[in-house]
Design a protein around this ligand. Structure first.
Ligand code: HEM
Length: 454
């Protein structure tokens, strides 16, 4: 089964046309040859960018010499109103200090302690699933609600309310559209416009309120022992300093946003892929009958784990990452000036024709075959090196728990073919629409018609 992939551009276009195409959607604007290229250079006025598409170059930048290639300050500018000086955006000594403070807090709050929050959020999501059975539904909002609920319970020991879930989903979606961090505009020296800043303020207001409430609870000695309390109380093991209130808001904001938007995208694409691969949906439903009481039990849900890995390959929630050359260098005998933008694209690497057999095919069995994953640096859903996603294990567990809870007693059917678009995260242009039916109900007329049409 070959799931949707945007038609890439064929042939050359003028700079003006190219800029226009890029503004619309980066995946279809980039040329088809990138699915085979080792590297590509893009020259725009004032800015040189290089797409690095070869595992050893990627490893060099992310893992071997990360300090020579810090996060792009141009991309950071686009995210600043939302994420402030959060660990996702900072570089150098400030980033190191933040990770020294946050890492133990996240490790102590731990995956083990988070499993009940994931399971409770999954049960609540399954209840909402029930109410949506029948007509076509947008699955993205439901996936975002479920993932936001998981991280809210982990951070603040309480479920997210329907209103907050809907408001943050809408505000983040609108921010991504107003301030596409992967567009040429993002590389220009202006920050986000007023409309984007307004959306960011809505999300920041919520986080600030939650942090201030929690600071009071800590002072009154009645704060629950959860991730937010641990982040707010954590101290730098080297200097004993703790985070200022603004830094606290920034760090809680990144955990809330990075901790749900990406998992939500993964969950929505996984549900779509399973809708068009019903035999895999049955396997996930079988996994869902196994008892999971410990995190280690998740290891026995092998089919679901392979579905999640394959989803992250075909639809990496972070489709591109941007670094900046801190000094002049050379890649593949080509000069790379200081300040060049270096794009690492999991989207292209995961579908590279010389790296993967049948790269566009949805085939979870590849993860069981020798050589199924050709090269660790060709599979980067969570990045690599010191800036690898600290939530990778959490996210794998979370998506597995949510998928199995939703598909245990329910079936999903496709309604149309979504069109992937790369904003900060990889979403579908008009959302993903599915129909939900109880598992025991016979295949409906609409499903057989859809299958015939394929
Ligand atoms: C399927 C879900 C997820 C995916 C695909 C994902 C992917 C990524 C990627 C690719 C990066 C690196 C970005 C870059 O280098 O430019 C990253 C960073 C990060 N992620 Fe995740 N992530 C996921 C879930 C989570 C969760 C659940 C959390 C927290 C609970 C989290 C917290 C973070 C943080 C704090 C960073 C910044 C790390 C740093 O720069 O030091 N992520 N994530």
């Amino acid at each position: 089964m070959i799931p949707p992939k945007p038609q890439a551009r064929n042939g050359n276009v003028s700079l003006r046309r190219y800029a226009k195409l890029l503004r619309k959607d980066i995946l279809s604007a980039l040329p088809d040859r990138l699915y085979r290229a080792k590297m590509a250079e893009f020259r725009m006025p004032f800015i040189r960018s290089f797409l690095l598409n070869e595992p050893h170059l990627v490893r060099h930048v992310l893992t071997e010499c990360p300090s020579r290639y810090p996060k792009s300050t141009r991309v950071a500018r686009g995210l600043r109103p939302l994420l402030g000086q959060s660990v996702f955006l900072t570089n150098g000594a400030l980033w190191q200090k933040q990770r020294r403070i946050i890492d133990p807090a996240f490790a102590e709050a731990g995956l083990k302690a988070s499993l009940p929050a994931m399971q409770a959020a999954a049960q609540a999501a399954e209840k909402r699933f029930q109410t949506l059975a029948g007509p076509a539904v947008q699955i993205d909002a439901l996936a975002s609600h479920a993932a936001a609920d998981v991280i809210f319970r982990t951070l603040f020991s309480r479920p997210i309310s329907d209103t907050i879930a809907a408001e943050t989903y809408a505000a983040f979606r609108s921010y991504q559209r107003l301030q596409p961090v992967l567009s040429p505009r993002a590389f220009l020296p202006f920050g986000p416009g007023r409309a984007a800043r307004r959306e960011a303020e809505k999300i920041r207001r919520l986080i600030t309120m939650m942090v201030q409430e929690r600071v009071k609870d800590i002072a009154n000695d009645c704060a629950p022992d959860d991730l937010a309390t641990r982040i707010l109380q954590a101290r730098d093991p080297q200097t004993d300093a703790h985070l200022s209130e603004t830094e606290m808001v920034d760090q809680v904001a990144i955990f809330f946003l990075a901790g749900h938007e990406t998992s939500a995208a993964a969950l929505a694409w996984a549900l779509y892929l399973l809708a068009v691969a019903p035999e895999w949906q049955d396997r996930v439903a079988t996994d869902a009958r196994r008892r999971v009481t410990e995190v280690s039990d998740l290891g026995s849900l092998r089919d679901t784990r392979d579905v999640v890995r394959e989803t992250l390959r075909l639809y990496p929630p972070v489709p591109m990452m941007v670094r900046q050359a801190a000094a002049r260098t050379e890649f593949r005998k080509r000069a790379v000036p200081c300040g060049s933008q270096l794009i690492i694209s999991p989207w292209h690497l995961h579908r590279h024709k010389d790296l993967w057999p049948e790269p566009d095919r949805f085939d979870p069995t590849r993860w069981r075959r020798a050589g199924g994953c050709p090269n660790r640096s060709a599979y980067l859903p969570f990045s690599a090196g010191p800036r690898i996603c600290p939530g990778a294990g959490f996210a794998m567990a979370e998506v597995t728990v949510l998928l199995t809870a939703l598909l245990r007693d329910w079936r999903v059917y496709p309604v149309d073919r979504p069109v992937p678009v790369a904003h900060l995260t990889l979403r579908s242009q008009d959302g993903i629409r599915l129909r939900i039916e109880p598992r025991n109900k016979a295949v409906t007329k609409a499903q057989s018609e859809w299958e015939t049409a394929q």
